[in-house]
Write a protein of this length. Structure first.
Length: 306
């Protein structure tokens, strides 16, 4: 084990020595890779901030059932049992709202009491409010739509409206954003590998004579390849750290604009950087992309040197 650690320490030191010889080229490549990584990193940060808010929005879906205006009160109030059979949910709450209570509630909330008094007769029908269990997937949302369609077929029912259909739209939107982010990450990941590949290729060409001499004195392929692997991993790691720092700095002016917008909705929503564990995972992915690019380049170009 000591020999193995000594070999890796020597390879890392050799990689750092070559990087110090041309720091400007290394820093330029780090900047290019960081720009490519900053886009998916920013998308992950956005989704990580939106996800808790979307989970809080996954409230109990409600179905509002409105009776026909000429439906007798006895018939309207007696539909609760039929609705319970359609819902098949013992925890569902079925609340009957008489038209008089609905009118009083509208007057108190809307501030249009004088206007409603001029209408004379109460224009509102009797209604039901069905509160179901929470859902946050498109499939469960479709089940709620099916329940609403069955409720519309009950005698005396004018319409049934799903008041939480926006949850289905939100879930679909987040699904699309995740897919777009995945495709973007794959595309830019390939671009990162290509940049590292080209960087290592130039380094191999500049060290061509040194590699040939090392082969003549008995250096193994693993001994020769290892410093290039470390160079690629360091390039990806530094670029990932720079990309995370750029995203964190960009959140400050963005939060200023978000705060003004959220204040209009009586909210204090703010974008926060990723937690330390996801950051460490992204840094590992960045270093892994650099290592993959270096591996592909070394396997191709050092074979030609040999």
């Amino acid at each position: 084990m000591r020999g193995w650690f000594r070999q890796h320490r020597f390879a890392l030191g050799s990689a750092l020595i070559h990087l110090r010889k041309s720091p400007s080229g290394f820093l330029l490549n780090v900047l290019v890779v960081a720009i490519a990584l900053s886009l998916p990193f920013a998308g992950l940060t956005m989704l990580d901030n939106v996800r808790p808010m979307s989970e809080q929005m996954s409230v109990d879906p409600e179905i509002s059932v409105f009776m026909k205006i000429d439906t007798p009160r006895e018939q309207a109030s007696g539909l609760a049992g039929e609705m319970r059979k359609i819902v098949h949910d013992p925890k569902a709450k079925i609340v009957f709202i008489p038209r008089e209570d609905a009118l009083d509630s509208l007057k108190s909330k809307s501030g249009l009491a004088d206007v409603l008094n001029t209408l004379g007769d109460n224009p509102l029908p009797d209604s039901y409010v069905l509160k179901l269990n929470a859902f946050n997937t498109a499939t469960e949302a479709q089940d709620v739509d099916a329940v609403a369609e069955l409720l519309r077929q009950l005698p005396g029912v004018e319409s049934a409206q799903v008041d939480s259909a926006w949850v289905k739209r939100l879930a679909a939107l987040l699904g699309v954003l995740r897919l777009v982010l995945l495709l973007l990450a794959i595309t830019l990941g390939v671009a990162v590998i290509a940049v590292v590949f080209n960087t290592i290729r130039l380094q191999v060409m500049t060290q061509r004579d040194e590699i040939s001499i090392s082969k003549l004195i008995g250096a193994t392929d693993t001994f020769i390849h290892r410093p290039f692997y470390y160079t690629g991993a360091l390039l990806g790691l530094c670029a990932g750290a720079l990309a995370l720092g750029a995203v964190a700095l960009a959140l400050r002016p963005l939060n200023t604009a978000i705060a003004e917008f959220a204040r209009l909705y009586s909210s204090e929503f703010q974008m926060a950087p990723l937690a330390p564990l996801p950051m460490a995972g992204l840094l590992a992915v960045s270093a892994g992309l650099g290592l993959v690019g270096a591996f592909l380049c070394v396997q191709r170009h050092l074979a030609r040197v040999n």
